[in-house]
Design a protein. Structure first.
Length: 236
């Protein structure tokens, strides 16, 4: 296949399967021959019916799942890193500075205040505590998280509030590549509009975005193109 020298993230012949040990060792091929290339300023929305492997691909792109074969090439530090073969230390550095992931669900350490949760990615990249908090607060205000809640742990929040905190944390660091899983699923119309605007701003600033998004309005507003996954296969 032709290589895309402008890609921020690219897969080459990516394959991933799972063996169902409690069902007679059936091998479930979820991803096979995935060739996806996303450049700066693009938002590629993964397409296909439920169960086709969109979430598996997203977790594989982030390195949560090891691939069976193929490459995941990520533009990092002026070069290209194959996340499929990267050392754990390099993979962590890549996640800290280059590859962001906004999942559907908030996972945080209990009792850490919301403002600190959102500011943490900037702190991890060396920004001073006060500036990180100020930038975190500005984004929380845009996402309509009341100031009175900033000192509380987000684990006590509603589902929609938790999702907005997760989005704030994921966007604040300004990663050049963003993996976004159902960013508007639990939100009302006003907050959905704000999140779409923020993601469009990130895209306009040059972020390469891969998204799972089933909301028709959000899909239409965010996608520069779609990538349809092929159906999965079972093999004995």
């Amino acid at each position: 296949m032709n290589r895309d020298d402008d890609a921020m993230i690219e897969t080459r012949d990516l394959a991933k399967s799972f063996t169902l040990h409690v069902q007679g060792e059936i091998k479930l091929t979820v991803l096979d021959g995935i060739n996806l290339s996303v450049g700066a300023g693009e938002c590629v929305v993964l397409d296909g019916p439920s169960g086709v492997g969109k979430s598996t691909l997203m977790r594989t792109l982030y390195g949560n799942y090891r691939v069976d074969q193929g490459a995941i090439l990520v533009r990092h530090d002026g070069g290209q890193v194959d996340l499929a073969t990267a050392t754990p230390r390099l993979a962590l550095d890549l996640r800290r500075r280059t590859l962001g992931y906004i999942s559907q669900f908030l996972r945080v350490i209990p009792r850490v205040p919301t403002l600190e949760v959102v500011a943490e990615p900037l702190r991890a990249r060396g920004l001073g505590a006060q500036e990180a908090r100020e930038r975190a607060g500005a984004l929380l205000e845009r996402l309509a998280i009341p100031r009175r809640l900033w000192s509380l742990s987000p684990v006590t929040f509603s589902g929609g509030e938790q999702q907005r905190v997760n989005i704030a944390r994921g966007l604040l660091a300004g990663h050049p590549i963003l993996l976004v899983d159902e960013p508007t699923a639990s939100l009302d119309a006003d907050n959905r509009s704000t999140v779409v605007t923020l993601l469009r701003e990130a895209r306009s600033a040059g972020a390469a975005i891969v998204a799972i998004c089933h909301d028709p309005e959000a899909r239409a507003a965010l996608a520069t193109r779609f990538y349809r996954l092929p159906p999965r296969e079972l093999a004995a």
